[in-house]
Design a protein around this ligand. Structure first.
Ligand code: GLU
Ligand code: ZN
Length: 502
């Protein structure tokens, strides 16, 4: 095992976000590529917003994507695994307290007695004077007597970490290169423990990354400005400073930041729409990274082999749904028939539950259709559109969709009647696509029709749709009797329409 130890540290305050999934994936790929250790840590100190349902959604979503970790909760049946635990921050509270006590003892931190009202007044004054908003440091050097007086008033202090006012924090980010941030921009001394003793994000992250011997912090670019605070905390705790890699933001096509409100960001929604994990992982890997070649369709094993943190792009990564859909189709084509059937079943069940089909296709029925759908499915959920017509008792085809531009209802009815006779004759002998097509083409030639006109009319008559899998295969799948019955029903409707129109 190498010394590489990386982590994903989600907060269970929302469903698994695709940005979090991308961060998890890059950590996972880096760990697997380097032979390092990948850790899952739950940042659950925001008790008001954390829920068990979100926690489950995150664990399940990452499992679905095939992302596995070596330490943390959610491995097999164990509550958690690993020798750096616990891996839930709410179970690590005394560690933060200990670390804070040490910083207080070394005078790297101090008690601040300012009330929210006082801090608010300070902020307003700074804003009015157009100064940078920052904690002034009023409590940075209280005498024991001053502290005693505040305590006597019943004030409960927070703990603040001293941020040196005039220092430049520099680090070499693996993705972004050399970064320098002035400590004057950090907002003044940092609250690390609230007055009730609960720790804040910057503190827990630094304490845990140090305690868990994290070697590389790989996370979203939105955390870039937090990094100097963490570096100062590592220094104060005498902990080695990990390397940093800040991943580019994921952007909407209009280059605005992807947000829950404006964009589809929950991984579970993509899953529900029939994206498959092989494709989703492949797509996430390409959000900010590429192999440097034309290759786009990459398995998890190939990604692990090629992944290189130093070739991650620093420019924002635009989320291109069409490319995701394309990759999904590519991956669906690579599935074995049995595997694809297993994955389609829940989507067909959903069609049944929603009343879009009248019965659930049997395994044999699905298997017979796989060769027509597998090549055409953009997503698993699209299976209904392709084969629904087979599993409904009655179809009510739209007359307008059936009548080609060059024809009217009467012509179409006559043409379908002729086609019906041909189909009935040939089908009585042999019901196969190769057998049905030639006589219909001869019919088209004899009558000097356009093949497209007749075939579109038949297609709508038997499937109810203007686009379907190949027509003759479709008819074979539907069966001889049902095909004829649907043609009869269509002819009836067309004749009624022709009779009604003068
Ligand atoms: N809980 C933080 C997040 O999900 C972790 C950030 C970090 O990786 O340090 O954004
Ligand atoms: Zn204060």
């Amino acid at each position: 095992m190498s010394e590489v130890r990386v982590r994903i540290a989600p907060s269970p305050t929302g469903p698994l976000h695709l940005g979090t999934a991308r961060t998890a994936l890059f950590n996972f790929l880096f760990a697997r590529h380097t032979g390092g250790t990948f850790i899952f840590r739950l940042e659950d100190t925001d008790q008001a917003r954390s829920t068990e349902a979100y926690e489950l959604d995150i664990l399940e979503g990452l499992h679905w994507l095939g992302i596995r970790w070596d330490e943390g909760p959610g491995i097999g049946d164990e509550p958690e695994r690993g020798s750096y635990g616990p891996y839930r921050q709410m179970q690590r509270l005394e560690r933060y307290e200990e670390a804070a006590t040490r910083l207080l003892a070394q005078d790297q931190a101090y008690y601040c007695y300012c009330t929210p009202g006082e801090l608010e007044a300070e902020r307003r004054r700074q804003e009015a004077a157009r100064e940078t908003v920052r904690y002034s440091g009023r409590c940075a050097h209280l005498t024991p007597a001053e502290r005693g007086a505040f305590e006597a008033e019943g004030r409960r202090p927070v703990v603040r970490f001293r941020i040196p006012p005039n220092r430049t924090i520099a680090f070499d980010d693996i993705v972004r290169g050399h970064v320098e941030i002035d400590t004057a921009a950090l907002g003044g001394d940092l609250v690390i423990l609230r007055s009730d003793g609960t720790p804040l994000y910057h503190f827990t992250v630094a304490v845990d990354d140090a305690a868990m011997a994290i070697s590389h912090v790989i996370r979203g670019e939105d955390h870039l400005s937090n990094t100097p605070k963490h570096i100062l905390l590592f220094e104060a705790m005498g902990a080695p400073i990990p390397q940093f890699a800040h991943l580019p933001l994921i952007l909407n096509p209009d280059r605005t930041k992807m947000s829950k409100r404006k964009s589809q960001t929950a991984v579970a929604d993509y899953r529900a729409q029939g994206f498959i994990p092989e494709a989703f992982v492949n797509y996430l890997a390409l959000l900010g990274w590429s192999t440097g070649t034309e290759e786009e369709v990459l398995s998890q094993a190939e990604l692990i082999e090629r992944f290189d943190l130093s070739t991650v792009n620093s420019a924002g990564a635009v989320f291109d749904r069409e490319r995701l859909v394309w990759l999904n189709g590519q991956w669906i084509r690579r599935l074995s028939p049995d595997d694809l059937m297993d994955r389609l079943r829940p989507f067909l069940q959903a069609d049944l539950d929603a009343g879009r089909i009248d019965w659930l296709p049997s395994d044999e029925e699905i298997r017979a259709l796989l060769y027509v759908v597998q090549e055409r499915l953009p997503t698993l959920a699209a299976v209904g559109d392709l084969i629904r017509f087979l599993f409904v008792k009655n179809l009510d085809p739209d007359v307008a969709a059936m009548v080609p531009k060059r024809w009217d209802a009467a012509t179409t009815a006559a043409a379908l009647s002729a086609a019906r006779r041909t189909i009935a004759d040939v089908g009585r002998v042999c019901w196969e696509a190769d057998e049905i097509e030639p006589p219909l083409r001869s019919l088209v030639e004899d009558r000097r029709w356009q093949a497209g006109d007749l075939f579109m009319a038949i297609r709508v008559a038997v499937t109810g749709r203007t686009a379907s899998p190949p027509l003759f295969d479709t008819m074979v799948a539907l069966g001889y009797e049902r095909t004829l019955a649907r043609l009869d029903r269509a002819i009836e409707k067309l004749e009624a329409q022709a009779a009604a129109a003068p």
